[in-house]
Design a protein around this ligand. Structure first.
Ligand code: NI
Length: 175
């Protein structure tokens, strides 16, 4: 079921989400079904459970290769529960981000370029991956939601924050 996505200004987006304690449950499967439907309907790269008002440490993300955006690296579709991120470098890189809870806007956000993420899949099986580039950026963005952080809080230069169709007029049709 497609759920409403909370937008910036809603206090529920600023809360710390709590750990999932039981895996392979019908409730968790239903939550993930709704998250997947909601993310796909909104054409997003990721979604965190708090964005649909569920205060649990659950994120999904994934980006398919898209000929419209040849510079965007594909990211495998992943359902990640109780994630823990460990930076593998001090290096940061700035990149443009958007968020389904901050519709129509983009901002330039610094993120760690390489990290390890650990967590569980919905069945409770361990996931451990080392990633870099866009994959690392997407994971950091989604996991920030679990700690009540929206990307505008991470922008260093607010002059690099604006409306997508103004910043990227050539891409406006793809919003
Ligand atoms: Ni977001």
């Amino acid at each position: 079921m497609i759920r409403d996505i909370l937008r910036m200004g809603d206090a529920r987006l600023l809360a710390r989400a709590r750990e999932v304690e039981r895996f392979a449950t019908r409730e968790l499967e239903a939550l993930l079904d709704d998250m997947r439907d909601t993310m796909r309907a909104a054409d997003g790269a990721g979604l965190a459970a708090p964005q649909i008002g569920v205060p649990l440490r659950v994120v999904i993300f994934g980006v398919e290769a898209n000929p419209r955006y040849p510079d965007v690296e594909p990211v495998p579709y992943t359902e990640l529960i109780n994630p823990v991120l460990t930076p593998l470098t001090d290096e940061e890189e700035e990149g443009w981000e958007g968020c389904l809870s901050v519709p129509g806007l983009r901002g330039l956000v610094p993120r760690c370029t390489r990290l390890r993420y650990e967590g569980s899949d919905p069945a409770g099986r361990r996931i451990v991956r080392e990633v870099d580039g866009f994959h690392a950026r997407v994971v950091q963005h989604e996991c920030d939601h679990l700690d009540g952080i929206l990307y505008p809080q991470r922008i260093r230069d607010l002059r690099k924050f604006g409306f997508t169709e103004v910043l990227f007029p050539e891409r406006a049709a793809g919003e």
